[in-house]
Design a protein around this ligand. Sequence first.
Ligand code: MV4
Length: 448
Amino acid sequence: MITKLLIANRGEIARRIIRTCKRMGISTVAVYSDADESALFVKEADERVRIGPPPVAESYLKIDAILEAAQQTGADAIHPGYGLLSEHADFAKRVRQQGLIFVGPPEAAIAAMGSKVEARRRMSATGLPIVPGTENALASLEEAIEAAERIGYPVMLKASSGGGGIGMQIIRDAEELKKAFAGSQARAASYFGNGDLFLEKYIEKPHHVEIQVLLDSQGNGVHLGDRECSIQRRHQKVVEEAPSPLLSAALRQEMGSKAVQAALSLGYEGVGTFEFLADESGNYYFLEMNTRLQVEHPVTEQITGLDLVEWQLRVASGESLTFQQQDVHFHGHSIEARVYAEDPVRGFPSPGKLQVLDLPEEMEGVRLDFGFQSGDTITPFYDPLIGKLVVTASTRAEAIQLLQKALNTCQITGIKSNLPQLQAIAKDERFLQGLTDTSFLTGLSLNS
Ligand code: MV4
């Protein structure tokens, strides 16, 4: 079993991981940059190690400094959280080479899913439907034009090393493809160190639905249902819920068991997420797999009663799952609203001093996963997420009512936040009806 865990992350997710460790009797080590010296997660950990100045390249992405902090403090495991080094196969490898437990999947699985072209090939081979598109990286513009004609316009030109919406572009005809190709290749090469591009059919107004899986290292796996994540702004999720209002129980079951099969064939261990595009006719297409704990994992915890961080730690320690698929039950409905320090109209981050952060009381059905408190400073160096408000009730309608009430009791001063946008979403007629395809925010008026 893990006795001392180093958390290679910050903000709300570092606090979230510490909370589970306290309950499990695992001692915690925070690593922090100068910008986070007085942050809540640094105070709440049992030990703390400064790893560098504020920029992530000099602190939270600095593998040597993190490994040295683990050595210094005698930690026996490292949890990468999400973002930062969480999907960095070489980091996982180096943690393990140092004789420590990496709380995440095998590095081979991280690397395989990091290549979107390889992920499509591997997942398709296990029987997951994928978006119609190219099987290999595109060798030339001529090959791209040929492929696009075969797939049929509009298509999406994507970077194989991208993901999460980075490095993708809608292409409506051969002319656009000619204009976009070389530039996309060059951008991918400079951003990701790999210029490989591929094409997919562009799916108009789909839902973005994902399936959570959990596997141990003995070859046992379960799915923990789905999340609807269609409400996004610039490929940043804003509101997520479980279960998705789009899926029937039968479709959830089918997608879930296919995802578990696919994960098993990959030799996957730990928690992972399969992203799909889905439509009203019951079609669904594998998009990519995230090999980490996700920001929106709380909605799954709320409806399954499972602590995903606890299970990450248990399977990383070599424990087997103590339950099977038929023991996983879904209760009620849960919605997460992400509170960002940003100007909701322009979408720009809005760093500064958080004068007041007033949140609702934590009570039955209201969960608060926040990284900050009144008086803290939101620095421009990191993701502008302040925290997550998660509501849970027996039905979707009751959960929405609770969300509206909880959002109305929130108050943020000193910086701009997306609270007004969240309040508008919570009372939007299309949201109330569960009609949240990926075009949702485009149609939302902030002044409604
Ligand atoms: C797509 C797509 C439509 N067709 N791919 C965005 C995040 C990344 N994981 C994949 N994403 C998408 N890929 C094909 N072939 C639609 C999205 C998408 C999206 C697109 C525009 C605006 C909002 C969106 C929200 C979720 C997914």
